[in-house]
Ligand binder design. Structure first.
Ligand code: ACO
Length: 318
């Protein structure tokens, strides 16, 4: 039974913070942040906001989008909600997915969170897809939802300037009459890298060995893209866009250079949003559809990496 994405949506906080508006005590600059990361601004939740509230907005937006596209999916039709998050509203439980289920009144759905950091949306797509096929579920929501501002150390300029808040969601439908959207997947992890990026047990802040993550990320992005092309028996010329996790513009440029692939295949939205972890890929898909780049038939590769260390990628036909 084929599974397709039939709606996408995003939830972005109202407050946008430009590099120049970051606290002076950080002793950073627009020039340093832009030249080292490509980031110009990020969105930050207010004190009432959380990754769950952003996730709810993204899911509602995705359901509206599905409706606009002629799939009238009601919340009560949803069989499964999978939320990828590194900064859930509650420390451990209930899951963001359950909070989203309550808000949507999606009363028949199973709901749980996935912890795969920035790779979480891709892990979530494959977990949801597999459950849909195995359990014969018809509709699922997969959402990446992050409020990284809540777990950033606002005294540490080497990390806090990198992150932003936001959520992106996809409605998946399982239907015999469809052409399958998804092709090959790659999922992986190397727990030996767990010390290079983690949430402090005591301070609940992000700690990162930036250089170690950078070199891992460049190699892994290139490897995922090559592996997916090989599995699909395609070349980069067959692909319209490569949508990588947006951690640093330089990582994406270095991966493209390593592969000798043109940068115009690679989607960038980090300038506006910063690194929104599991949300960066679905937010990019929403914006690409809005600006007309993403139309039915387009062929995409998605590729992500994150804490764990984890990575994931997939081929997707829009
Ligand atoms: N403003 C000004 N100066 C800064 C800042 C800042 N915000 N941050 C660091 N510096 C300084 C440092 O203090 C250092 O100064 P020094 O040379 O006097 O000691 C200098 O800049 C260079 O610091 P580096 O850390 O070596 O800078 P680098 O060029 O490696 O860039 C960066 C740092 C951007 C973090 C890069 O290593 C990177 O992008 N790494 C990967 C990050 C990533 O992908 N993380 C994924 C996290 S996602 C998740 O799972 C939540």
């Amino acid at each position: 039974m084929p599974v397709r994405i039939c709606g996408i949506g995003k939830g972005i906080p109202a407050k946008k913070v430009m590099n120049d508006e970051l606290p002076a005590s950080l002793e950073t600059s627009d020039e340093w942040i832009k030249s080292h990361t490509g980031i110009s601004s990020r969105y930050i939740v207010d004190e009432n906001g959380s990754s769950a509230t952003l996730g709810m907005s993204a899911c509602k937006d995705a359901l509206k989008d599905a409706d606009r596209k002629g799939f009238s999916v009601k919340a009560e039709d949803i069989d499964l909600i999978v939320c990828a998050t590194a900064a859930a509203e509650y420390w451990s439980f209930p899951s963001n997915a359950c909070l989203i289920q309550k808000e949507l009144k999606a009363s028949k759905s199973a709901a749980f969170d996935i912890s795969a950091a920035c790779s979480g949306f891709i892990y979530g797509l494959q977990v949801a897809r597999s459950l849909m096929l195995q359990m014969k579920y018809k509709y699922a929501l997969v959402v990446g939802a992050e409020a990284l501002s809540k777990i950033s150390d606002w005294n540490d300029r080497s990390t806090c300037v990198l992150f932003g808040d936001g959520a992106g969601a996809a409605v998946l439908k399982n239907d015999d009459t469809f052409e399958e959207s998804f092709g090959s997947f790659v999922l992986g992890a190397d727990g030996n890298g767990c010390d290079s990026l983690y949430l402090g047990k005591e301070d609940h802040h992000i700690h990162m060995d930036g250089r170690a993550v950078y070199s891992f990320a460049v190699g892994k992005m290139a490897e995922i893209i090559e592996t997916l092309l090989k599995k699909e028996n395609l070349t980069i010329d067959d692909i319209d866009y490569v949508v990588c996790h947006q951690a640093n513009e330089r990582i994406i440029q270095a991966a493209a250079k390593r592969l000798n692939y043109p940068m115009d295949k690679f989607v960038l939205n980090i300038a506006d949003y910063g690194n929104t972890s599991s949300s960066s890929i679905p937010i990019a898909l929403v914006d690409m559809e809005k600006d007309g780049r993403l139309i039915p038939g387009k062929k995409l590769l998605l590729a992500g990496f994150g804490a764990g260390l984890t990575w994931g990628g997939c081929f997707l036909k829009w």
